[in-house]
Design a protein around this ligand. Sequence first.
Ligand code: ADP
Ligand code: GLC
Length: 498
Amino acid sequence: MATKKTSESKEKNVKKILYVSSEIAPFSKIGGLGDVVGSLPAAICKAGADVRVLTPAYGAANGKGGVLDTVRSLKNSLRKVTLPVVVALGGIPVYCTIYETEIDGVITWFIECPDFFSETIYPFSVDSYSIRPFILLSLAALELYRAVKWVPDVFHCHDWPTAILPIALEWHNHYSQLYNHSKSVFTIHNLAHQGVFKPEDFFYQTGIDKNCFNPNGIEFYNSINLLKGAIIACKSITTVSPNYASEIQTYEGGVGLDGVLRTHSAKLTGILNGIDVDYWNPETDKSIVSPYSADDLSGKRINRSELIKKCSWEDDDRPLVVCVSRLVEQKGFDLILPVIPRLAESGARFIFLGSGSSNIEDGLSYAQQIHLDEIKFFKGYDEELAHLIYSGGDMFLMPSLFEPCGLSQMISMRYGTVPIARAVGGLADTVIDVDSGNSSNGFLFHYYAQDSMMRAIARAIDFFADNAKWVELMKRGMLTDFTWNRSALSYLDIYNRI
Ligand code: ADP
Ligand code: GLC
C-alpha cells in the first residue's frame, strides 16, 4: 500500500510493526504466548521500532466488561477510536469497535465485537465456523489502517489463530494488491496446534482465493492447514528458540510439517524468548510475601514457609519441587502420574498448580488424596499463587515431551528455584546441567522416560543437601540475563531485512 508515513516515523526511518495476537498478558493470557506478546513489543520499541498491537477485547460489549474492564482496572486510560473497522465476512459487513490504550509505551488496540469475541478465547474444536473470531481478527488487522490512520510496514502474527493474515496478504485478491509492499513475519510458538479443518465455506467467508487450496498452498491431506499456509505465505518465519527451530525440521519434531519447514528453512530463524524481568522480579513482586534478591535470599525462606502453610503442611527442610503448568500432554504428565508413589517416597514434597485435561486434573487430585503430606495440587489458573509458588519452591519440574521455548523455567530461575527439565526445545537452550561445568543452573534429563526423570530428580535432591553449592546454583540462575534485549535486536534485524 502507498503508505502515508507519520512525520516522526519518516524522520527516523523507523519501521512500523503491527503485532496481531489472540492473547496478551495480563489481559487474555492462557500461556506463554500471552507473556510474549505482553512484553516483547515494548522491548522492540526500545530497540528502535514503532511496534503496536491489535488483540481482541474478549468478553466486552459497548466498551464495558471482560478485557476492557481489566485494562481500566490497571489504571490504563482507554479511548474509543471514532471510526469502526468494517470487515466483510461472506459478503456481510461486520462492524468492530476499536479501543486504544498505551501500555509500557506501546499503543495497543483492542477490537470489540461481542458476537465474535466472547469470554472463551479458543474453540473446543476447530472448524470453519468456530474459527470465525480469528478470521475476523486477521482481516480486521488489514482494515485497521482506515480507522487509526497508521499503516504498518510489517505485520507480525503469532500461531494458527492469526495465520489467516499472511495467507490473506498472499492469496486474497484485494489484500494482496492493497498491501503489495507490506510484509509479514510469522512466529511459531507451538507447532502442535495448526488450525486444521475441512474447507466448507472458508473461502466464501474470507474472500481468500480458493486456488491456494493445493499442496503448495494451504491444503493438507484434503483439509485446510492454516499454519502450513502461513509458513508458505509469510516473508519470514521465526520460532521461539534456536533448538526448536532445528527440531521442527525433523520428522520426529515436525508434526507433519517438517518437509514444508525444510523447504522454507532459508526464511526460518529461532530466536529465544525472554521474560518481562520487571514483572517477574522477586525484589519488587507484590504477589509474594517477602521480597528478596540474589544478594539477600532471606525473604525466599519466608515465601517458602508461606507456601508450605498454604499446602497445610508442617514446615520442614525437605526440598519443595514445584510445577506451574497447563495440564496438557506436552508438559510431561504421562511421566509424572505413573511415578507418583516414587515421588512421594523420594524425600521431596511436590506442589502442582494447573488446569487443563480432566485426566491429568483427576490424576493429580487422586495423588494428593493418597499422599497428603507429599503431594499438593492446586487446580485452576491463579496468577497470584503462581508467583508465590515460583518464589517459595526449591526446584521447578518441567519434564516436557516437547517445549518450543518455555518461560516457566526462566521465571523459576529468576526466583532462585532451580529447574529440573527435559533437554528438549528451548529447555535445552536455557537450562545447563550441573554436570556440564561452571555456568550450570539446573538439572537436565534426555530420554522421555520415567526413570530418566526420576534420576534427574534424585540428583537434584542429593545436590540440595549441600547448602553452599545449592545457593551458588540458585544465584547463577537468578543472575542470568533473561531480558528481551538481545532477542529484540534479532527481531529488529528481521524487520529491517525483509
Ligand atoms: P506454555 O506457553 O506452553 O504454557 P510457557 O512456559 O511458555 O508454557 O508459559 C507458561 C506461562 O503460563 C507462564 O507464565 C506460567 O507461569 C503461566 N501458567 C501456566 N499455568 C498456569 C496456572 N495454572 N496459573 C497461573 N499461571 C500459569
Ligand atoms: C508456547 C510454547 C512455549 C513457549 C510459548 C511462548 O505456548 O508451548 O514453549 O514458551 O509458546 O513462545
